[in-house]
Design a protein around this ligand. Structure first.
Ligand SMILES: C[S@@+](CC[C@H](N)C(=O)[O-])C[C@H]1O[C@@H](n2cnc3c(N)ncnc32)[C@H](O)[C@@H]1O
Length: 350
């Protein structure tokens, strides 16, 4: 671990029960769990699984957000690691969450890049908790702490939470093939502001399909699966994502678009459910490691019925053609956009 990170983390002198949230920084979690019993909350199941595998210290508990919300725990202190893409509202929400879970007179620590508005967040913490102190700045990263003093519980109450939810959720309208769709979106999920060009290109290739059992892998807000469910009322669609927040939004979007032939699953890859499909469609998370993509191709083939299709949209700079040929024995490009390509591979093509 970098020296600057150690220097900053050493300033968290607490010993006790700690809560870790925000960005899943495995090094920081590992370090803090040396002295403390640490519970880290993950909104992405794949990150939780990775942390459980990688963290060496024993006093560490990784919890998936879905399971955590149900348990009312109070922690001696909490650490929020800033997640760049969460934006101001998302970060505020995480700080409020940490504040609520911290015991009276316990500390809420926040680790944030100066280039990402750390100074302003110090002010936000002052507003939320009535006090905030900068404990150190190293390598352009600031460590801020607030104490949860008596009398501030009222400030971090339901009202703030609700206000935040209203501020952060937005409704995206999307029209395709003479049908209108509405998608609730929020910070920290894919296509938070507008529908991705790759997603649109993939949907263009899935016009008038015949498949009856369909999987939208990595569904995000549920755009692909919801469009396919609406256009194919006879088909049954499963929408899967490892991100709890995305799945919650997808559920809301299924209701909003009045569908009764779509269901959701939280799963890390194909690990957490059974079932086979005629079509697996995906705008794959290509920022994942190469092994993830290669394993995905292998697993997807196993989860397809005979003559079933895997249809993927990929950034043009990502190549899976070789793997598709090896596993399926075929592939073809269905469409190319400015930045994306759509590839199809068929099982047992003959
Ligand atoms: C490129 S986004 C596509 C989202 C959505 N289908 C769309 O087109 O807007 C990829 C999605 O895959 C999900 N994802 C990443 N790793 C995953 C995993 N191991 N298992 C399941 N889903 C995963 C991400 O949470 C994200 O929502």
């Amino acid at each position: 671990m970098h020296k600057w990170k150690i220097k900053l983390l050493e300033k968290i002198e607490e010993k006790g029960k700690g809560l870790f949230s925000g960005k899943a920084d495995l090094e920081a979690m590992d370090f803090l769990s040396e002295k403390n019993s640490l519970t880290a909350v993950f909104s992405r199941l794949n990150e939780k699984n990775l942390a459980e595998k990688k963290i060496k210290k024993k006093k560490f508990l990784a919890v998936f957000a879905k399971d955590f919300n149900e348990t009312e725990n109070t922690f001696d202190f909490s650490v929020v690691f800033h997640e760049d893409f969460m934006g101001k509202n998302g970060t505020e929400e995480t700080l409020v969450f940490a504040g609520k879970k911290t015991r009276l007179n316990g500390k809420i620590y926040f680790i944030c890049k100066t280039s990402r508005g750390a100074k302003n967040f110090a002010e936000t913490m002052k507003e939320l908790f009535g006090n905030s102190t900068t404990l150190g700045i190293r390598n352009g990263v600031r460590l801020i702490a607030s104490e949860k003093k008596k009398g501030i519980e009222g400030k971090i109450n339901k009202e703030i939470e609700q206000k935040n939810e209203l501020k952060t959720e937005k409704l995206i309208e999307f029209g395709l093939r003479s049908k209108k769709y509405f998608f609730y979106s929020s910070f920290g999920v894919f296509s938070a502001k507008k529908i991705d060009e790759g997603t649109k290109l993939l949907l263009e290739c899935l016009k008038k399909i015949k498949e009856k059992r369909i999987l939208d892998f990595g569904c995000g807000l549920g755009i692909i699966g919801i469009v396919l469910a609406k256009e194919n009322p006879e088909a049954g669609i499963v929408l899967l994502d490892s991100d709890f927040k995305s799945v919650k939004l997808t559920e809301k979007n299924i209701k909003k678009n009045e569908l009764n032939n779509a269901e959701t699953i939280v799963s890390d890859g194909f690990k957490n459910f059974k079932g086979k499909f005629d079509l697996i469609a995906s705008n794959l998370p290509t920022h994942e490691k190469r092994e993830f993509l290669e394993e995905f191709v292998l697993e997807a083939e196993k989860r397809l019925n005979s003559k079933g299709r895997l249809v993927l949209v990929l950034n043009k700079a990502v190549f899976l053609e070789k793997e598709l040929n090896q596993v399926f024995g075929n592939h073809r490009i269905l469409a190319q956009g400015e930045k994306h390509k759509v590839i199809e591979a068929v099982k047992n093509l003959g």
